[in-house]
Design a protein. Structure first.
Length: 292
């Protein structure tokens, strides 16, 4: 029997970059890596929740819920049982802190003769118990970061918000998207499928996620069981394009242990006209212990 606690760690990460990939030019504006020490200092200054409590939306079934998920059962259960059901559902509790990832990858655009940014050897994902449940912040560069907020429910973790910042020509651009669907559904197992939809700034992204197989990923000296999830996305509206992404999420602590992605999208810029954006990267967790 598959544990309801095990499965997709940060499957919603599959939509983090896609919704903001096209149309952001930070050509020749500089690219600065964010140090681990800097990420830790920032973590210490930001607000946190005292506990990672489930939200009060246990009876709500978000768009794209897997067929195997039943939300009404826990809603009708006695109060003493409801807490236990919520604790067992969906993503395992993720310890707060700054996680370091070995990183390879780059992005490029084809305007003005083209420009490429090579990503640093290390990037960080900062996890905080805040907002409606959990906030995860990926620092790629000082000029480029992504953040998502997910809420807990009896049916799993629900994606609530994506925010992305890009700086181009020394001018910053922060965009926020509202989302529906699961980042981490309860009861997931190989063969399960679900969808996530994000809307904002004239752009809509629809992502279909499929649990592929249970696989093991090595982190340091540890061999960790993960659920491999593949995500295929389409972008429509002011930006359009596609993304293919694979995520390996820990069934023990809810962390992304490995992720690789390829994004291709196009948009029309007021000054430069039609612009093609390409990104590919891979990240691998270097330690299961967060820095605080």
């Amino acid at each position: 029997m598959v544990s309801r606690r095990s499965g997709v760690a940060v499957a919603g990460a599959a939509v983090l970059i896609l919704v903001i990939a096209a149309g952001f030019l930070y050509l020749r504006g500089g690219s600065t890596a964010v140090s681990v020490d800097s990420a830790v200092r920032q973590f210490r200054t930001q607000p946190h929740l005292t506990t990672l409590a489930p939200s009060g939306t246990a009876a709500v079934k978000p768009a794209g819920a897997p067929r195997s998920v039943e939300t009404t059962r826990s809603a009708q259960a006695p109060a003493s049982r409801t807490a236990a059901v919520r604790a067992a559902a969906g993503r395992p509790p993720v310890p707060e802190g700054v996680y370091v990832y070995a990183t390879t990858g780059e992005d490029d655009v084809d305007v003005l003769g083209g420009s490429t940014h090579v990503y640093p050897d290390q990037t960080t994902i900062t996890v905080r118990h805040a907002g409606c449940g959990l906030i995860e912040h990926w620092d790629v560069l000082k000029e480029r970061w992504d953040e998502r907020e997910s809420c807990r429910s009896a049916a799993g973790d629900v994606l609530h918000r994506l925010s992305s910042y890009h700086e181009f020509f020394r001018h910053g651009d922060l965009k926020t998207f509202g989302c529906t669907g699961f980042t981490y559904p309860a009861g997931e197992a190989p063969g399960t499928e679900w969808t996530v939809r994000c809307d904002g700034s004239g752009t809509t992204t629809v992502t279909t996620l499929r649990a592929v197989a249970w696989e093991y990923v090595t982190v340091g000296s540890a061999r960790v069981r993960t659920l491999h999830v593949h995500a295929s996305s389409t972008i429509g509206g002011d930006q359009h394009g596609t993304s293919e992404r694979d995520v390996w999420g820990s069934s023990v602590n809810g962390l992304v242990l490995r992720e690789r992605a390829r994004v291709d999208s196009e948009s029309t810029q007021p000054v430069f006209g039609k612009t093609h954006y390409h990104e590919q990267y891979e990240i691998r967790l270097t330690s299961l212990t967060p820095q605080r």
